[in-house]
Ligand binder design. Structure first.
Ligand code: C2E
Ligand code: CA
Ligand code: CA
Length: 663
């Protein structure tokens, strides 16, 4: 019995797998609770149902044997009636069982199935109770014993499956055996008392076995349940985002790859939306992370709200979401139009504010769309949509943009530039130019190093062409190292009498690098440059994006004697409060404000304000991009003392710069 039990448990393949149900229906609407739904009670019911056909066969055989054996001692009508009713009930049980088998693989079973299992078991027990009364021959001990033998045997067999639900097994056993025992007791003869006791003893033994069996069954069902649950959870966590319960990047890419192949096969088109929340970081920083989390959950709900069942929404992490529309028809134009319409609808859903912790939040989103198939991988597809999203941001946020051929060209151009930059590093194609800075008496006060790429085909190329790509690809880190090393080498070569300082541009990515400080120290040591003549130019955005880290790094470098200049000042936040905290020595007014300063009152006001602010904080001010004498005179008149621009000098190669220094 136990072997059988163990085998049937381990081979019971009836899948109660909530996860599978989610996977096959739709990943978007997965809810983690559903993985916990596979409960033990349902398993118990399934277990009792699993043995129905074989037990019905056993009942048929036993009732047939019993009828034949009792034929000579019991009234024939009674036997026939009992046999028919007993097996009619079996037939009913069989039809119920057939329906049960057709049940979908849902994790939870309805209570009705529990009641049905119980009721049919009782009905069957009643048949055997009836046998104990109706088929009991008062005069033939042999037949009496045979009857008791069959009834007890049936009970013992039945509990192997009924014991999954203990009370069901108990009711069945007591119901079917007790009448025979009673009969023995009521029909007094020399054996009957012993038979009564023996039958009762047998019943108790079966009841005890039923209890043990029940424990074993429930335990193994529980263990299996937990194991399945654990496996589901592990799989779930690997594929789903915990916060929003949407598929994560991995599952998204898998699904996307499938959708793209299907679209290719069926000559149809689909779309990927790359959705990014506008200014999420600001909200997250000011309102706190719990608030931000809740916001993301609500955004996920809002996005999925507009989707059909077969569409997928996923979260890539951070505030980035992706929507996948698998089938937009066979016409590419129409698919694009349709996709844009849906994206526009999703975007406009956000016109109604979200309510988070009783607070109304107005949030906008930017969406980039890419249409597939486009002969590229899922990952590239995602990148295309990302590029379109970036365009939406650039166009002022709260927009929908479709990935276009121009964007495609831009992507390809960026790839080309990236490849070129790697070669440039290997082939030493970079060169530093220097642009001198002057004071109001036209004396040299310093110089800024500016990177140039001696391109094998294009000639000398300015950073506007490549610095963004370098930043995005991370190549800015090795390139920036090269710049620092080269600047330090030149600094060490400069006429030591001149004492001129060299400014070097440091990019955000470079400065955020944890090893930046260590490497810079190395470079200084190796080149024997004087760190007190080195100025690092960083941008406002960089400095305040992680202000604690910035302050800390800057202070470490200041200990070496290095000073800091805040580049492109006026284009970013320009707030006094953080400027006060940053250990900088100098501000560089962005050249966009200096240009036309004499004709633009707005620019003039900004420049005046910056100069006053800098005076207040005791910072030096350098005006960039001074091109005319009028501009210079205006700036001198408003208390700016240092200048850089074409009016004085263009950026020039080192030899030219060094020669100018000597003059
Ligand atoms: P930036 O730091 O604002 O550098 C000043 C830019 O203004 C330089 O452009 C310079 O040539 C240009 N400029 C100087 N005077 C005038 C003027 O009178 N009129 C006009 N119209 N422009 C003037 P460049 O060399 O093309 O560099 C562009 C940007 O590339 C730089 O802007 C800087 O952000 C970045 N960059 C340059 N070199 C490096 C570098 O070594 N590392 C990093 N990370 N970035 C660099
Ligand atoms: Ca600069
Ligand atoms: Ca600048």
């Amino acid at each position: 019995v136990f072997l059988d039990l163990a085998r049937s448990i381990s081979t019971n393949k009836k899948s109660n797998n909530g996860f599978k149900a989610i996977m096959s229906s739709h990943p978007t609407y997965a809810i983690p609770e559903s993985i916990a739904l596979s409960d033990v009670k349902s398993e118990q019911i399934r277990y009792t149902f699993s043995a129905v056909p074989s037990s019905l066969l056993a009942i048929l055989a036993a009732s047939l044997c019993l009828s034949i054996v009792q034929w000579e001692v019991i009234d024939h009508d009674t036997i026939l009636g009992w046999f028919l009713v007993t097996n009619l009930i079996s037939l009913v049980r069989l039809t119920i069982h057939q329906r049960f088998k057709r049940l979908p693989d849902t994790p939870l079973l309805d209570a009705i199935w529990y009641q049905l299992a119980y009721a049919t078991a009782l009905a069957s027990g009643l048949c055997w109770a009836a046998a104990g009364i109706l088929l009991y021959p008062p005069d033939s001990i042999v037949h009496q014993v045979f009857l008791a033998f069959v009834v007890a045997g049936i009970s013992a067999g039945a509990i192997t499956t009924l014991a999954a639900i203990l009370n069901m097994a108990r009711s069945f056993v007591i119901l079917s055996i007790l009448p025979v025992a009673l009969q023995f007791y009521l029909n007094a003869n020399e054996l009957s008392l012993t038979m009564t006791l023996m039958t009762l003893y047998f019943m108790v033994m079966i009841l005890i076995s039923a209890k043990r069996l029940n424990q074993t069954i429930v335990e193994s069902l529980t263990v299996r349940n937990q194991r399945e649950l654990a496996q589901q959870t592990i799989r779930y966590q690997a594929l789903y985002d915990e916060l929003t319960e949407l598929p994560n990047r991995r599952l998204l890419l898998e699904t996307m790859q499938q959708e793209i192949s299907t679209a290719e096969r069926h000559n149809r088109f689909g779309a990927v939306f790359f959705i990014d929340l506008d200014r999420f970081k600001a909200i997250n920083d000011s309102m706190g992370h719990t608030f931000g989390d809740e916001l993301l959950v609500q955004v996920a709900k809002k996005i999925t709200q507009r989707l059909r069942f077969e569409d997928t929404a996923a979260r890539l992490g951070g505030d980035e979401f992706v929507v996948l529309l698998g089938d937009l028809g066979k016409d590419q134009e129409a698919a694009s139009t349709h996709a844009s319409k849906i994206a526009e609808e999703i975007r406009s859903l956000f016109e109604t504010p979200l309510t988070i912790h009783d607070q109304e939040i107005h949030l906008t989103i930017s969406i980039g769309i890419a249409i597939f198939p486009a002969n590229v991988s899922a990952e590239d597809m995602l990148k295309y949509a990302d590029v379109a999203m970036y365009q939406a941001k650039k166009d002022g946020r709260d927009k929908v943009r479709l990935f276009s051929t121009e964007m495609q060209e831009a992507v390809e151009r960026r790839r080309r530039v990236e490849r070129g930059l790697r070669q440039a590093l290997d082939n030493n194609e970079f060169e530093l130019y220097f642009q001198t800075q002057f004071d109001e008496n036209h004396q040299i006060s310093g110089a800024e190093s500016l990177l140039r790429w001696n391109h094998p085909e294009k000639g000398v190329v300015a950073p506007g062409y490549f610095i963004d790509t370098a930043e995005q690809s991370g190549l800015i880190v090795p390139i920036g190292d090269w710049v620092l090393r080269s600047a330090c080498e030149q600094l060490a070569r400069l006429d030591s009498k001149s004492k001129v300082k060299l400014s070097v541009n440091v990019s955000p990515r470079q400065f955020a690098d944890l090893e930046f400080i260590g490497r810079l120290k190395n470079i200084i040591a190796q080149t024997s440059a004087d760190p007190s003549r080195l100025v690092l130019e960083i941008t406002e955005g960089l400095a305040i994006s992680n202000i604690e880290h910035s302050i800390d790094s800057m202070n470490q470098l200041r200990e070496l004697g290095i000073t800091f200049s805040l580049d492109d000042f006026g284009t970013g936040y320009s707030s006094l409060s953080y400027l006060n905290r940053l250990p900088v020595d100098e501000l560089k007014i962005d050249r966009s404000f200096v240009t036309n300063i004499t004709n633009s009152p707005e620019n003039a006001v900004i420049v005046d304000t910056i100069i006053v602010m800098a005076e207040h904080l005791k910072l030096a001010v350098v005006s960039e991009g001074v091109e005319t004498e009028d501009e210079l005179n205006y700036l001198i008149g408003h208390n700016c003392h240092y200048f850089q621009g074409y009016y004085f000098s263009r950026p020039v190669p080192f030899e030219e710069f060094n020669a100018a220094l000597g003059r």
